[in-house]
Structure formats: C-alpha cells, structure tokens
Design a protein around this ligand. Structure first.
Ligand SMILES: Cc1cc2nc3c(=O)[nH]c(=O)nc-3n(C[C@H](O)[C@H](O)[C@H](O)COP(=O)(O)O)c2cc1C
Length: 130
C-alpha cells in the first residue's frame, strides 16, 4: 500500500483515537496518509479528489461510532456521495459501547462495494484496547 485515506466521525473522541493509531502505524510503514475528520468544517473535496486518483492496493479506512446498531449519518452520507472508483480497497472500523458492533461494518461495506471499492484481503478482525 502506497497511499491510505482515513476518514472518520467521532463526536466523543474514541473513533478519532483509533483513526490516529491507524494513521500513525501506516506512516511508520512509509505509507502516505490523507485524513478527513467529518466532524469539522473542513471541505471534504480535496480528500475526495485525491481518493479519485487512488490506485489498486491503496486503501480507504472508514471509521464510525455505532449508534443504535448502525454507523452514524455523517459517515453514511459521506460514503453515499463518493464517486465510483476502480481499484482501491477499504477497511471499515467502528467503536461501540460494548453492547454490539451491530450492522455498522456490514452497512459501511455495502455502501463502499456499491462504489467499486473492494474489501481488503485477507479479512481480519482486531480488537483494540487502549
Ligand atoms: C446516541 C448513541 C447511541 C449509541 N448506540 C450504541 C449501540 O447501539 N451499541 C453500542 O454498543 N454502543 C452504542 N453507543 C456507544 C458508542 O458507540 C460508543 O461510545 C462510541 O465509542 C462513541 O464513539 P466516539 O467516541 O468516536 O463518538 C451509542 C452512543 C450514543 C451517544
């Protein structure tokens, strides 16, 4: 992976923390990382423009808290307005309150598959405890 894109929404900070751990780890491995926090007023256009040029093997990491079993609306709105792509992979990640990670990962995956992103292989599940 040469380039990674990390986008997240994190009203209370836990998902941001995981996003920062992911980004730092990728940078340590010489991956160029672009990040977007959907909770700020930052214009998402430059991030999306870069994402449109992503090549095969580049990866989009998408993070959301679980609210009532699903991803939060700003994350799904962002995914649903993405242009179609050919090549990049994706990794969804969530934080949750211990009740359930619910449908959020599946839901984010469905939206991204619909845009032409491919699940990053091999499928793995990490549980991160700070
Ligand atoms: C309105 C609301 C709904 C939530 N629904 C769930 C849920 O269905 N299942 C669960 O395990 N945690 C639930 N949580 C807990 C959050 O997913 C958890 O605290 C998450 O880490 C918050 O992420 P953030 O710190 O990035 O905002 C909910 C929290 C809030 C505020």
């Amino acid at each position: 992976m040469k380039t990674a894109f990390v986008v997240y929404c994190s009203p209370a900070g836990s998902t941001r923390h995981v996003a920062e751990v992911i980004a730092a780890s990728l940078k340590e491995n010489s991956v160029t990382v672009h990040t977007l926090d959907l909770g700020t007023a930052d214009d998402p256009a430059p991030f999306v423009d870069r994402l449109k040029t992503a090549g095969e093997g580049d990866c989009l990491f998408v993070g959301s808290p679980v609210y009532r079993d699903v991803a939060v609306p700003p994350v799904m709105a962002f995914l649903n307005q993405l242009p179609s792509v050919a090549g990049p992979t994706f990794v969804p990640f969530v934080t949750w309150g211990g009740a359930t990670s619910g449908l959020a990962l599946w839901q984010m995956g469905q939206a991204l598959e619909g845009k032409g992103f491919r699940w990053r292989e091999p499928p793995r599940c990490w549980e991160y405890t700070p």
